[in-house]
Design a protein around this ligand. Sequence first.
Ligand code: MLC
Ligand code: AMP
Length: 503
Amino acid sequence: MTNPLYDTLFGQHDQSDAVFLHLQDGTTLTYARFLETAAQYAGYLTQLGLRAGDRVAVQIEKSAEALAVYAACAQSGLVFLPLNTGYTADEIAYFVENSGAGIVLCDDRKRSDLAPIAARCGAILETLNADGSGSFAQQAASLPTRFETVARSRDDLAAFLYTSGTTGRSKGAMLSQGNLLSNAQTLVDEWRFTTQDVLLHALPIFHTHGLFVASNITLLAGGQMIFAPKFDLDQMIADMPRATTMMGVPTFYTRLLGDARFTKELTKDMRLFISGSAPLLAETHIQFEDRTGHRILERYGMTETNMNTSNPYEGERRAGTVGLPLPGVELKITDSKTGATLPQGEIGEIEVRGPNVFQGYWQMPEKTAEELRSDGFFITGDLGQMDADGYVSIVGRNKDLIISGGYNIYPKEIELLLDDQDGVLESAVIGVPHADFGESVVGVLVAKPEADLDLDHIKASLSNSLARFKQPQKLVVLPELPRNTMGKVQKKSLREQFAAIFQ
Ligand code: MLC
Ligand code: AMP
């Protein structure tokens, strides 16, 4: 095999007239047509001078074309670097610079904001819009619909996904072809995906869940996807009868349950509902079964590792747990301070090892060494417990992280910006319970002596630098932050104090 990722996920379908995508406008796209577009994109990327191993930074709306860029990168040996469409130009500047991307692909409406960044970083800038137009598509359209696949091995890099850190700086998690393929194969087997499956896909495709879990396993199995641009409740309900499976973050499930049209009848042809990326409340699991007769299958993963554990397809799906380690994945619970494995049943740090575990953080050997042990175990930062039957529960986090609607938000990044605002002495950013998003962001500020804080001004100023989903939904002012005797800010106490702020 010359290029395992391309050949296995895409190349196997290149003569296939089977439907791959159902698009929002009611049309369908076959595998063969999809791959012709991907081949043209691969041809154009190569014509632009990009070579195997170069990074392709992509901030474009979800569309068949956006997914074809991923296929094109695989075929031409380029490293796919998808970016949240909500990121501001300030945020994008860091990723382009840090990754040394050779090209930035964006929507036409972002072109003027991103052009100076690309120019500064020496990257080419091209546009690709969700309707398939844009300079990139236009140039690629005249190229052959066949492209000679560039030879690569399982150890070569396939993608960078940036994940924030507790220091506030994002790190590029380097994922190899082998990382992606091994996990896709395991999940197809574990979740019984086949050519008969039609996945209702409403997740974004710039993160692990929508891209590597949902799309890779559909591709590997040769199934179909109803490719919705985003989660829209009415559209989900309209599409559900045509689907056999759905993957979502817990917000998808609570929103569906909040609608009386979501019934047993509506879901009668579904065979599997999968949840992940954030904790699914046991009560949501139970309510879902009462309403539909389906037991949600919850699994646990992360950017650096793809999927680590899953509840069983056959067998008991235990509410409030993330199931058992996947085949090939070793998981242990360790003492955060010593790294020693703890006795079964005790709470500790979750560590994982397997072919799914990433290659390290791009150009950050020290960060890599802090989290990836020399024996191959990755320290996840999640706190968990394993019961006597091997089911894992996530009970907390050893990292200062907020998960809002399935998006990770690192408080440090926001605190650094808040601390820079006029009149702010210091700040603490916390996540508090939110009915829709699970957690939502609150910024706690302390003013400098005599300063009068202008909260509206502070909010407006953050909106230039931070994607909307990271911006605090509420800012509150306290005379001082609670601290322990060592001087460390007690976020737990702040979370308790503001626990009801969104109720
Ligand atoms: C949107 N908003 C959010 C938000 N999503 N704010 C906080 N957290 C979020 N997740 C903002 C919008 O910009 C808007 O702001 C306001 O909230 C309300 O928007 P909405 O229309 O209600 O939101 P919607 O567009 O419907 O999006 C909500 C959502 C979406 C939950 C459907 O966030 C989503 O698709 N999340 C999935 C994320 C995901 O794929 N995570 C996987 C990571 S991979 P305003 O100001 O305009 O009102 C991973 C590994 C693994 O974690 O294990 O899978
Ligand atoms: P990300 O870095 O965006 O990939 O997010 C990974 C993090 O999401 C993990 O480290 C967990 O904290 C969290 N996560 C993923 N799946 C689950 C789950 N099923 N339950 C609880 N937390 C989860």
